[in-house]
Design a protein around this ligand. Sequence first.
Ligand SMILES: O=C(O)c1ccccc1N[C@@H]1O[C@H](COP(=O)(O)O)[C@@H](O)[C@H]1O
Length: 213
Amino acid sequence: MPAPRIKICGVNSAQALDAVIAARAEYCGFVFFERSPRHLTLAEAQGLGARAAGHVTRVGLFVDADDATIADAVAASALDVIQLHGEESPERVAQVKAQTGLPVWKAVPIASAADVERAARYAGAADLVLFDAKTPKGTLPGGMGLSFDWSLLAGWKNRAPWGLAGGLSPANVAEAVRLTGAPLVDTSSGVESAPGVKDAEKIAAFCAAARGT
Ligand SMILES: O=C(O)c1ccccc1N[C@@H]1O[C@H](COP(=O)(O)O)[C@@H](O)[C@H]1O
């Protein structure tokens, strides 16, 4: 099984970004969602986007954001990929893709086999479907360290490019990859020492464990 591509999300400092680059993760995630402890201002995003250039692919994370919010973030941090992590419809995904000209990933919350079935409506519209755990109402739609029953993904049968998120950490990512064959893994809180505080050692350990090295 080839090693999965790795995304470290919620990168919000130069130190965290340097740790992601040193660990050779393929993607870094910048969060543009004010309720998140990992939220970036446009000025912060500009600095981090420039620092990442040529080293790691920049993914901008949005939750039901309007066009202007996405356009401003793309311009500030030179994003390479858009991740939509709210209740965006397949039509909205296609619209964002057309408007930005960038690949769009759609996160889909999973708690049941029916949720996996519903994710199929994004095949064709999204460049990648990112399976994440469903979070309790009134909380953040991601970044909570919650995982779901990975065996549910047996029903997906590679209907579109996909990735696995939700509660992944250095301790469980190897098992997650072994059980699901995920071609991409994404983590945020699993490589932090406190909400919004990335830990360089955990980032390195996560990448090594995901690759089985
Ligand atoms: O990281 C956040 O703060 C966040 C906020 C709102 C939506 C998604 C968010 N993060 C994404 O959630 C998943 C799972 O995170 P975790 O590893 O369980 O902490 C991941 O895709 C993050 O990119």
